[in-house]
Ligand binder design. Structure first.
Ligand code: SF4
Ligand code: SF4
Length: 221
């Protein structure tokens, strides 16, 4: 089994063909978490897991719920239909940022989000767990932090409306949570300042048709 096998299920589930990127890693290659924020999540998957399929997908909508409730379950159901009962979900327990970095899909930016290779900060990350062995695995052992951020004045941080402290990790988790929670059911209104203020990330959006930008979270578009 390899990425092209997984790709067929993704294409079927991803009915609007929203751009995405995939990597597959071994649980044994997962390293410990690296920020207070990330300690809210586990660093390792359950013992039966032999492979972690990590994907990032283009979106400008704060729509984490869409992955848990719609897209990822749909992909898992198609994978099970095609390849048997070898795929499952962890209900977002394992740290997604570390998975994306280790799968070579992006690096941690100065405000602590993953700057993905293809979509910059305008992306969501999710993962599917399998007891299958794959033929090949992504092994990224280079720099985990985005080098380009080092010399940037970081408007992604200075423009935060509640002045959260961030330095490759988000120290003010509760201040951010308090600010964004009232709009939890209205992702269009949720704060995305630390994403939208990054010019290099916004430029990457130009590579994709505008109707694809908001599709995740608004599948009717
Ligand atoms: S604005 Fe963009 S390039 Fe600059 S520090 Fe923030 S994420 Fe990095
Ligand atoms: S989402 Fe908004 S409030 Fe939260 S850290 Fe980013 S800019 Fe600050």
């Amino acid at each position: 089994m390899n990425i092209p096998d997984i790709d067929t299920a993704f294409r079927e589930a991803n009915e609007h063909n929203t751009p995405y990127d995939i990597g597959i890693i071994r649980p044994g290659d997962i390293v410990p978490v690296w920020s207070e924020y990330d300690r809210r999540y586990s660093s390792t998957p359950p013992a039966f897991v032999k492979s972690v399929i990590v994907y990032v997908i283009l979106t400008t909508v704060a729509a984490d719920y869409y992955f848990r409730e719609s897209l990822t379950p749909r992909i898992i159901s198609i994978l099970k239909r095609k390849f048997g009962n070898h795929f499952g979900y962890d209900d977002y327990q394992v740290n997604r940022k570390q998975l994306a970095v280790l799968a070579g899909l992006g690096k941690i930016a100065k405000q602590s989000l993953v700057f993905t290779n293809k979509f910059g900060l305008n992306a969501k990350i999710d993962a599917i767990f399998s007891d299958f062995e794959f033929d090949e695995y992504s092994i990224y052992d280079g720099e985990r932090y985005r080098e380009e951020c080092a010399s940037c004045a970081a408007p992604c941080i200075s423009k935060c409306p509640v002045k959260c402290k961030m330095a490759y990790r988000l120290d003010d988790v509760s201040a951010c949570d308090k600010y964004i929670t009232p709009n939890w059911d209205m992702p269009e209104l949720m704060c995305r300042t630390c994403i939208q203020e990054c010019a290099s990330s916004e430029r990457l959006l130009e590579n994709y048709p505008s109707e694809a930008h908001k599709r995740i979270g608004h599948p009717e578009l």
